[in-house]
Design a protein. Sequence first.
Length: 104
Amino acid sequence: MIIEMRTYQLHPGKVPEYYRIYEAEGLAVQTKILGNLIGYFHTEVGPLNQIVHMWGYEDFAERTRRRAELAKSDAWMACVAKMLSMVITQENKILMGAPFSPIK
């Protein structure tokens, strides 16, 4: 299993608005297409105004296939268009579990 961790730096004060739009319009679409939501968070200490979410995949090929399908979704693209102006930067990481990790 691999985990994709995405971190978005938002403009100050935009986390509640981002969550409102995402929950109403994006969550169901992403969950249906990407499948394995591990967690969705925001920061309270350290760099503030960050959204961090993690998605699990069997391997990189599955991730590539599912992300391509998501990019074809009109509903997802409409949601992204509403949230994009709130995002300053985006960072993606692929995490590989250690042999002793409870998430394999």
